[in-house]
Design a binder for this molecule. Structure first.
Ligand code: UDP
Ligand code: MN
Length: 342
């Protein structure tokens, strides 16, 4: 079968030995606090939409902000590492390469370029997933019973650095080889999964397909999360930001203040296969999400956007001669975060 690289026998033991030999690079930076690397990227080519590259820059700024606040590493890829794994499949060889190169990293969190972190304070409760190797958004009933390819979302998931994950990436990538394999699996998905047309295999359908057809092999280690928004469908979110600000506060991460707003189907960089939504609607939502997230950062420094629909900012705090005296709790938690395990 296809493989992203040579088999690595005893990977877990090799990694454990490396960690023992390198105590300055622990996989856990505090109790229950795994070392996390956020991984994202975009195509090596310039966007076909003239607004696309500016959007990608803002999207990266948003991720850099979130990672800085939480002390996560971040990796941005602009390369397709394996010509067979082109397009959205590129995340698989990338994750494999990062995994084996960074034994110190316990968890890799893939986020699509069109994912926006909209809760700067919320952090996944890592302790909850100690027995799991893959954390994905979604519902068991939708994946295992309905076999719905939209029962999860492959735009935001967390994968542990271990042998199980190397095996999963190989099994997953098998269906993504460009050409006949992608065509063949696209047709198979249409038969096995619900609501799936026979177009070429995508990574999200492939993951659901693996889980439903090889449930015994994988399911025990897969956590389907729906108690907070690990992936949030933008249309249900972008008109509610003002309402969230009057009723909630960052740190909730759920429907009241979603951790992530994902611009599924917007194709902001431009895509030959086309977007599923009207561009103006997407751009408005994307701008609002960026400004909503950025306001959580700007507030730390005494500024806010005039509105979520505006690029202009204004001062919201009076500067004083005693700048260290501001003792807003929310601000303190973002400026000098201390990790909470659950
Ligand atoms: N991607 C990448 N390199 C590519 C193409 C895609 O890194 O050459 C990443 C990018 O982060 C994108 C994700 O893969 O957001 C998913 O790809 P898709 O085509 O589904 O784009 P989306 O619908 O998320 O814009
Ligand atoms: Mn996406």
């Amino acid at each position: 079968p296809y493989s992203l690289g040579p088999a690595v026998p005893y990977y877990d033991a090799l990694r454990a030995a490396w960690l023992t030999a390198h105590p300055r690079f622990p996989a856990y930076v505090a109790p229950d606090r795994p070392r996390v690397m956020v991984v994202t990227g975009s195509s090596p080519h310039r966007c076909s939409d003239p607004e696309g590259d500016r959007m990608l820059l803002r999207a990266f700024k948003n991720k850099a902000d979130y990672c800085r606040v939480h002390g996560f590493d971040i990796f941005y890829s602009n390369a397709v590492l394996d010509a067979e794994m082109s397009g959205f499949w590129t995340k698989l060889p990338l994750l494999r390469a990062l995994m084996v190169a960074h034994p110190e990293t316990e968890l890799f969190w893939w986020v699509d370029s069109d994912v926006v972190f909209t809760d700067m304070l919320f952090e996944p409760p890592w302790g909850k997933y100690m027995a799991h190797n893959l954390l994905i958004p979604g519902w068991e009933s939708k994946v295992y019973e309905e076999k719905n390819w939209m029962g999860t979302n492959a735009g935001s998931f967390v994968i542990r650095n271990c042998q199980w994950s190397l095996n999963l990436l190989d099994a997953w990538a098998e269906m993504g080889r460009s050409g006949p394999a992608r065509e063949k699996y696209g047709k198979i998905f249409a038969k096995v999964l619900s609501n799936r047309e026979p177009y070429e295999a995508d990574d999200q359908s492939a993951l659901v397909y693996l889980l439903v057809t090889q449930r015994k092999r994988w399911a025990d280690r897969v956590f389907l999360e729906s108690s907070y928004v690990l992936h949030g469908y933008w249309k249900a979110i972008v008109d509610r930001y003002e309402e969230m600000r009057s009723n909630g506060q960052p740190g909730l991460g759920d429907d009241r203040w979603p951790l992530i707003t994902h611009f599924v189907g917007c194709k902001p960089c431009g895509d030959p296969n086309g977007a599923s939504y009207e561009a103006a609607q997407c751009w408005r939502g994307i701008d609002r999400a960026f400004n909503f997230a950025d306001d959580q950062i700007l507030k730390l420094y005494g500024f806010q956007h005039e509105s979520l629909n505006s690029t202009a900012v204004q001062r919201v705090r009076k500067e004083t001669g005693r700048p260290m005296d501001t003792d807003d709790e929310e601000i303190g938690r973002l400026l000098h975060p201390t990790f909470r395990g659950t």
